[in-house]
Design a protein around this ligand. Structure first.
Ligand SMILES: [Mg+2]
Length: 365
């Protein structure tokens, strides 16, 4: 089997309402599928991170990597990863690694289709379902405590036993009040996580954590900048709340450093960011060797396979259709929450098909 084409399509759509996390405001959502064709008619789809970068940047990177891949066997993902990876030229972090990851994911999609196995089975098949939490609790214009409470209640009503909210964009005492209200409305038995999206300095994060401890948080996510391993390690020692991070970390080397500095209690790898499925599985194994659990970040359609493949998968992040009203139309099928769990689909590979007819009007590259 040979690779005959590698390309990226870029889709972007305006959000109904801009949303804000601890540091950034988002006016658009989008996806960047990488599509790999073969001479045997098997097509692979991967998803690359990088929604905030202009389409030309990521499309031209795919063109660069394409030269390496044309004519090669798509099943040799380990070889291709290492041929694409040039730490002095592309990477070692940032957008090139994200694009490389999308390509790697499409190769795994092909492998699954050739084996006629869903990716989670191919990668280990530890389980076919995983506990899930609904991500939300963003800052929005006109959204006060009442609206936040209504959202958290709605998210719990989707049938989960855990929900997450943003912190870090408001003064600490204002956020503590938001957390108090969220805990009050969801009750004592639903797990509550907070996510600061790198908004704090380490001493602010410690102040927040100490004030928030009485609200029984399941984790405190990305309190500081992703490179501040030492500051983050200080936070883990200063609070009883577990610290989670990793969505802005790249490759096994980055996760090695996070682990070795004891900067984190729960790892949140994102295959769209860190370099694809090949690299994700190494990080999952590294975490196992350190008795750490993984709770992957974002893109549930991809991470359902990766978190169920391994024994140290903790929980799946789930974005409901209410978060992005376009979401339900992007793929052929959306993952449903059943009794607090999400089940891995049994279609071969990632089991993702793009609804291209619907997406056509949002294509920007
Ligand atoms: Mg996050």
């Amino acid at each position: 089997m040979k690779i005959t084409d590698v390309r990226m399509e870029v889709y972007s759509w305006p959000r109904e309402k801009p949303i804000t996390n601890g540091l950034y405001t988002y006016t658009h959502s989008g996806i960047r599928p990488v599509i790999i064709e073969t001479d045997e008619g098997v097509t692979g789809i991967g998803l690359a991170g990088g929604d905030q970068v202009s389409p030309e940047v990521t499309v031209s990177m795919v063109e660069h990597f394409k030269e390496i891949l044309i004519g090669k066997d798509p099943l040799d993902n380990e070889r291709h990863w290492h041929e694409m990876w040039r730490p002095k030229l592309v990477g070692r972090r940032g957008i090139t690694t994200r694009v490389l990851g999308g390509i790697d994911m499409a190769l795994w999609d092909i492998k699954g289709k050739v084996a006629n196995l869903p990716l989670y089975k191919l990668l280990g098949g530890f389980t076919n379902r995983i506990d899930t939490y609904v991500a939300g609790g963003y800052y929005e214009e006109g959204k006060g405590l009442k609206e936040l409470a209504a959202e958290m209640e709605h998210n719990v009503d989707l049938g989960v036993r855990a929900v997450k909210m943003k912190v870090g964009a408001a003064p600490i005492n204002v956020d503590i009040e938001r957390v108090r209200v969220a805990r009050e409305v969801i009750g004592p038995d639903i797990r509550l996580m907070v996510d600061a999206n790198n908004a704090y300095r380490h001493y602010q994060a410690i102040e927040f954590a100490r004030k928030a401890e009485k609200y029984d948080l399941f984790w405190f996510e990305e309190p500081v900048e992703p490179d501040d391993y030492i500051g983050q390690a200080e936070i883990t020692r200063a609070t009883s709340i577990p610290i989670a991070a990793g969505e802005n970390e790249y490759t096994r080397y980055g996760f090695r450093d996070m682990i070795n500095t004891r900067a984190v209690d729960i790892l949140q790898p994102d295959a769209l960011v860190l370099g694809g499925v090949t690299e994700f599985m190494k990080i999952a194994a590294l975490a196992q060797a350190n008795d750490l659990d993984i709770a992957p970040h974002g893109k549930q359609e991809v991470h359902i396979h990766l978190v169920t493949a391994v024994p140290n998968g903790l929980i799946l992040e789930y974005y409901a259709d209410t978060f992005d009203t376009m979401h339900g139309n992007i793929f052929n099928d959306t993952l449903k929450i059943e009794d607090g769990y999400v089940y891995a689909p049994d279609r071969p590979g990632l089991g993702i098909e793009l609804n291209t007819e619907f997406l056509a009007k949002y294509r920007v590259g």
